[in-house]
Design a protein around this ligand. Structure first.
Ligand SMILES: C[S@@+](CC[C@H](N)C(=O)[O-])C[C@H]1O[C@@H](n2cnc3c(N)ncnc32)[C@H](O)[C@@H]1O
Length: 357
């Protein structure tokens, strides 16, 4: 495999794992709507794939179009887009090296290796990657946020609370601190803030206090003890409603461990900056914290920035983007039945119509 030199100013490097962009392969006819079976033999159904492809299509139909799939995962969306657009090249990012390996195999199996560059990177590096590998502006950027079903299914990664597993939760296990370290070292006030802000957990102070008390007896290393502690910290009446009470704490820890929200705050504006005119951004988020960040990044750039007290809009202040869906779009009942993971999906999309002055 060719290696790209994607040196960053700070001296760190992206770790490209795939082939450099090369001339397109012969077009393939048709293709699977949901992608081939994954390494575990399951069919992988990418979320809202039809709508995502429809929204990106006008930007990707042009010769030489490049899309950055910022969350490649198992390449479900990417394989479908490559199938539908024979001239398309994809730069596929993922911070999880295991996901990249699986994506490489699936992309190879579909016959698209030559049209994909795989890059081991966090998606707030999207601008650097687009500049390094596509010379700057691209035709499309796609984000399918959060963890993949593969990561959830791999018990040892520690994302799921239903089974006892090491408390890790790093999407990139080669760097950063695992969830156990957060639990065992953060002061109670910091734990409370994380559980409240990232998990929207009403009982954050009680859970944080219990964690601090319990870790004095023995540090946390696996999920079952944490799940039990959360259950015991929540009033019995609340426990009977609203599903597994560990869900919110696990979401909060995952967001903290991977610094998900701050990375997203940087990534969406960077992706928008690197779209050419006619280029399209599509984002799927799965909880209100993510969706709020996406909305706040997109909306201001769809507005005229002329001073409000002027009777007319000033030239050069026209919006840079236009919304492709009004507000956000949610899945239909049919889509949720086909793919339960789609249930909480919220889609936002925009198109660049003007370059900023
Ligand atoms: C929901 S999955 C994507 C699934 C993919 N669209 C498909 O159809 O197979 C999200 C992927 O994004 C990756 N990811 C999440 N946050 C990331 C970040 N900040 N930078 C790079 N990759 C990230 C995860 O490791 C995971 O593989």
């Amino acid at each position: 495999m060719d290696q790209h030199d994607t040196s960053r100013e700070d001296g760190k490097r992206h770790r490209p794992q795939g082939q450099q962009r090369q001339p397109p392969m012969a077009p393939r006819a048709g293709g699977p709507a949901s992608g081939p079976p994954d390494s575990l033999g399951k069919i992988h159904v990418p979320v809202l794939a039809g709508r995502v492809c429809e929204l990106l299509a006008p930007a990707l139909n042009r010769p030489g179009a490049v899309l950055v799939d910022a969350t490649l995962g198992m390449a479900g969306h990417t394989i479908r887009l490559l199938t539908e657009h024979p001239g398309l090249h994809v730069i596929g990012l993922d911070r999880d090296p295991v996901a990249l390996d699986i994506a490489a195999r699936r992309i190879g199996g579909a016959g698209f290796t030559d049209r994909v560059a795989l890059v081991h990177a966090v998606y707030d590096e999207i601008g650097l990657v687009a500049t390094d590998l596509a010379g700057g502006a691209v035709a499309g950027a796609f984000f399918d946020l959060g963890v993949s079903s593969l990561q959830l299914d791999e018990v040892d990664r520690g994302f799921a609370y239903a089974q006892d597993a090491p408390l890790d939760m790093r999407m990139d296990p080669t760097t950063g601190q695992p969830a156990s370290e957060v639990l065992n070292t953060y002061p109670a006030a910091a734990l409370t803030r994380i559980l409240r802000e990232y998990g929207e957990e009403r009982f954050a102070p009680r859970i944080a206090a219990a964690v601090v008390r319990e870790r004095e007896r023995a540090p946390f290393s696996s999920s079952a003890r944490l799940v039990e502690l959360i259950r015991d910290s929540i009033p019995a009446a609340t426990r009977r409603t609203g599903g597994n009470p560990a869900k919110r704490t696990f979401q909060a820890l995952r967001i903290e461990v991977n610094d998900e929200l701050r990375v997203l705050e940087r990534a969406i504006p960077a992706a928008m900056d690197h779209l050419r005119i006619g280029g399209r951004l599509v984002v799927l988020s799965y909880h209100s914290l993510e969706d709020r960040i996406v909305k706040r990044a997109i909306t201001p750039r769809t507005l005229n920035t002329s001073p409000l007290d002027l009777p007319v809009d000033l030239p050069g202040h026209e919006p840079e983007f236009r919304l492709l869906v009004r507000g956000m779009q949610t899945p239909t009942d049919e889509e949720i039945t086909e793919n339960p993971r789609a249930a909480s999906a919220r889609l936002r999309a925009a198109e660049r119509i003007r370059r900023a002055a």
